[in-house]
Design a protein around this ligand. Structure first.
Ligand code: GDP
Length: 410
């Protein structure tokens, strides 16, 4: 039977022990595999515009990720139950970017907090983001217990502090585990120093995370990534974000509104597929020789996302240079990209304290969250993040910089 894989992120304030925990997880599960890392790196280097169809099919996901993000390191380890991918971003900003753009595709998160320092600014900002992105499966580890004599009192105090903040943003941790990443306590092996803790240790908690069930009965959403010509045939490639793509299906491409029919669904060097489900990257051929380019989204004609130039959203501003209402930006959503500007900031909030800075604001600064109205120069197809995440998450770009990420609320 095919083993299942769960992707998760480790988040937390700088120096609270993310890297040490990753190292410890790999070490304790005997899964340090340099070959695999090399392979991934080599492949992403080879990736370019002049790639073969085969390569495109295999690496569509990576290409897509690279379009809007930076290098996310992925590390792998196994338990008896399943395989794990730890998604790690080099720094605070990269992490935020990856989380919002969905590049990391995390299904769960581990929030790490230094037992000695307790909750800090980035602990709160990251926790807020987990909540904003609807990541419900969160475990908390209180690290560096060795620095506080493995004491239960300190653990209880920090636990109370973390759970209070998480409660404010609506996250209920699955478990809070006292650990020492450095010494390996309660990660793969139960600590002899903390016999007062009877709950599950880190690997057990990870095994308790559930794999997301593929949403069934959702309408097709297939953003077109690229168009390729292979043996005189035209093939539109992309990833099915929701629903099912199958031959014979009537589709409308939005926002262009071109209607046609899917004639085949395929993968390189494989017999034609009967269908492709959410999460699969495929190529499709169409009944009419339409001019459908990157950025269009294939949907069923009877169940369309909204095509609009007005979007209501929550954005997380992550550029040192502030945003002024009305300034020219670009919005990237799925494979769409169009000029856009924020026309109103209805509410401006500090992502660490969660204090409302003001209602109706003319600007947003670094690490602030805005409830905003966005106007796009051309209509785009969007959906509420909570219905179809891939059409409900976006980034805002200024020049070549990603300056904000957000989710569509209406
Ligand atoms: P990151 O910034 O969150 O990735 O943090 P690091 O993993 O780089 O750890 C920051 C510092 O804390 C390093 O000096 C680590 O050796 C130290 N550290 C991490 N885990 C522990 C722990 O369990 N106990 C102690 N005493 N130090 C730790």
């Amino acid at each position: 039977m095919e083993r299942e894989t769960l992707n998760f992120v480790i988040v937390g304030h700088v120096d609270h022990g993310k890297s040490t925990l990753i190292g410890r997880l790999l070490y304790d599960t005997q899964s340090l595999s340099p070959q695999k890392m090399e392979e991934v790196e080599r492949m992403s280097k080879e990736l370019g515009r002049d790639v073969e169809f085969a390569f495109v099919m295999d690496h569509l996901q990576e290409e897509r990720d690279q379009g809007i993000t930076i290098d996310t390191a992925q590390t792998f380890f196994k338990t008896d139950l399943r395989d794990y991918v730890i998604i790690d971003a080099p720094g605070h900003k990269e992490f935020i970017k990856n989380m919002i753009t969905g590049a990391s595709q995390a299904q769960a998160a581990v929030l790490i907090v230094d037992a000695d320092e307790g909750v800090r600014e980035q602990t709160r900002r990251h926790a807020y983001l987990l909540a904003m992105l609807g990541l419900e499966q969160v475990a908390v580890v209180i690290n560096k217990m060795d620095l506080v004599e493995f004491g239960q009192e300190r653990f209880d105090a920090v636990t109370a502090e973390v759970t209070e903040f998480l409660g404010k943003v609506g996250v209920r941790p699955l478990q809070v585990v006292p650990i020492s990443a450095k010494e390996g306590d309660n990660i793969a092996v139960r600590s002899e120093q903390m016999e007062w803790y009877a709950g599950p240790i880190v690997l057990e908690v990870l095994d308790r995370f559930r794999l997301p069930v593929r949403p069934e009965g959702k309408p097709l959403r297939l953003p077109i990534q690229d168009v390729y010509k292979v043996d005189d045939r035209r093939i539109w490639v992309g990833r099915v974000e929701s629903g099912i793509a199958e031959p014979g299906q009537e589709v409308v491409f939005l926002p262009a509104e071109s209607e046609t029919r899917i004639t085949s669904v395929e993968r390189f060097l494989e017999p034609p597929l009967e269908k492709a489900e959410a999460g699969e990257s495929v190529g499709i051929t169409l009944a009419d020789p339409l001019f459908v380019e990157r950025g269009q989204i294939a949907c069923p004609p009877h169940s369309r996302p909204r095509v609009t130039d007005q979007v209501r959203a929550n954005v997380f501003w992550m550029s040192k240079r502030r945003m002024e209402v009305g300034e020219n930006l670009r919005i990237k959503c799925a494979t769409q990209e169009v000029p856009a500007k924020l026309t109103r900031v209805l509410r401006r909030t500090d992502s660490s304290s969660l204090d409302v800075i003001s209602e109706e604001a003319g600007e947003l600064k670094n690490n602030e969250i805005g409830e905003v109205l966005i106007e796009t120069r051309e209509p785009i197809a969007v959906e509420s993040f909570y219905d179809v995440p891939e059409l409900g998450r976006f980034v805002l770009v200024r020049g070549n910089d990603v300056v904000a990420g957000g989710i569509v609320t209406k």
